[in-house]
Design a protein around this ligand. Structure first.
Ligand SMILES: NC(=O)c1ccc[n+]([C@@H]2O[C@H](COP(=O)([O-])OP(=O)(O)OC[C@H]3O[C@@H](n4cnc5c(N)ncnc54)[C@H](O)[C@@H]3O)[C@@H](O)[C@H]2O)c1
Length: 401
């Protein structure tokens, strides 16, 4: 089949690589630099090997493009574009709209259109379908389905093949064809009764994480005030064989999913007249963590960070990836600066961020560990400053969150 994938980022390129084994894939992206690199067989996404892309290109199974007309004649089109929040922290569907425009203006025959971008229940039925119909020059009867993406960048034990995938179409025909497509590279397909259930399940998965991370971050603050070790408390609670799932404290949540998706759920809840207070409060607790950490670091250092050289270790939002989207390190740096610190950062995986390069891991008054990559040695971190504060629980001997 000819499969076109709109968006060649973390999700889109990963799907392209798996689908390329059985189909002819056209990877459409609006970023010319990314497209040129991909066509040279260079992957920009962790977990998608350049050799794999180069191999598919040489077999004629993959090409990247910025030309909308290249998606003509597709049997299947997968949407994998960003779904961020706008300045008011409301869902921003402008990328989805742009994807619908490319699809509507260029598809000249009936296709199955699957959305993998994360959005609120009703997006495929009430937003994507009407939008594509609006942009189409003539009436074409496409099929529509949803299969929310669950990829976890940097993870090797779970991938597209062995991660259970939810799916549902707007019609039985769409559901059937969606199953046929994903069964070419995924072993575990779970049909649900409507696209809205699949859309809601995806949002709830990440809301569950957001809320539990906030809960454990609150426990870290309570434990510190009571003089109790939070990690020992969590290990102790984790000995219960049922009814408990362990989350660990941190500088907050980052990435394109956990800080964003719950706001899609609270938005749609509000539209339905229900107030999502839990989700909103969890968001606030996690966003306040950097300020809490900066305040504790200041207290431990004579009450002020004025003129102190502070190094933040790790600006990626999680270990062993170079992804800095929504990273809590950004708010942490801001909070430390507000307290008068001169802040630099070290991250050998990210290397360059916000126009600056990773600083040396030494010669500072204070080090705060926000994310610890495997390649960064705990011993080196401990030697970098006379005072080291660790939010990760991985630098033993440092002051712990
Ligand atoms: N990254 C993850 O771990 C993850 C996991 C599950 C779900 N998701 C969801 O998948 C969707 C995509 O996320 P991502 O992480 O792949 O984003 P990304 O930023 O890595 O990639 C998106 C790509 O889409 C391209 N793009 C933007 N607008 C476009 C347009 N109009 N036409 C063509 N290309 C366009 C961008 O240039 C970029 O290359 C989001 O809805 C996200 O919430 C992401």
């Amino acid at each position: 089949m000819k499969v076109s994938i709109i968006g060649q980022g973390y999700v889109g390129l990963t799907i392209s690589a798996f689908a390329g084994a059985s189909h002819h894939v056209t990877g459409f992206d609006k970023n010319q630099v990314v497209v040129d690199q991909l066509n040279m067989g260079i992957s920009h996404i962790e977990g998608v090997e350049s050799t794999l892309i180069a191999g598919l290109i040489s077999l004629g199974k993959y090409k990247a493009t910025t030309l909308g007309s290249d998606i003509k004649g597709s049997d299947i089109v997968v949407i994998a574009v960003p779904t961020p929040l706008d300045a008011q922290r409301q869902p921003d569907l402008s990328y989805i709209d742009a994807a619908c425009k490319v699809i509507g203006e260029n598809l000249d025959s009936p296709a199955l259109i699957i959305n993998e971008s994360t959005s609120y229940p009703g997006t495929i039925r009430n937003y994507i379908k009407p939008s594509i119909e609006k942009y189409s020059k003539r009436a074409i009867k496409h099929e529509y389905a949803i299969s929310p993406e669950r990829v976890d960048p940097g993870r090797s034990d779970y991938n597209q093949k062995n991660t259970a995938r939810l799916y549902a179409g707007l019609t039985p025909e769409a559901t059937k064809r969606t199953r046929e497509f994903y069964s070419t590279f995924c072993d575990n397909l779970i049909e649900v009764s409507s696209p809205e259930v699949a859309e809601a399940a995806k949002l709830f998965e990440n809301s569950f994480r957001q809320v539990n991370i906030a809960l454990v971050n609150e426990l870290a603050q309570i434990s510190h005030a009571l003089g109790i070790d939070v990690r020992e408390t969590l290990d102790a609670a984790g000995t219960k064989p049922y009814g408990f799932m362990k989350f660990t404290p941190s500088a907050g949540v980052g990435g394109h999913c956990i800080p964003v998706d719950p706001s899609y759920l609270s938005y749609v809840a509000e539209q339905a007249g229900v107030s999502a207070t839990f989700i909103q409060r969890a968001n606030e607790v996690n966003l306040e963590m950097p300020k809490y950490i900066a305040t504790r670091v200041a207290k431990d250092n004579g009450g002020s960070l004025k003129g102190k050289k502070v190094l933040v270790v790790g600006v990626a939002y999680k270990p062993n990836v170079a992804d800095t989207r929504e990273t809590p390190s950004e708010l942490l740096i801001e909070s430390l600066e507000q307290l008068g610190a001169e802040v630099t950062w070290n991250d050998p995986v990210v290397k360059s961020w916000r126009g600056k390069d990773s600083a040396a891991l030494d010669g500072v008054d204070i080090t705060v560990v926000a994310t610890k990559h495997d390649v960064v040695s705990a011993d080196e971190i401990l030697k970098s400053a006379p005072y080291v504060f660790d939010t990760t629980g991985k630098v033993l001997g440092a002051v712990q969150l």
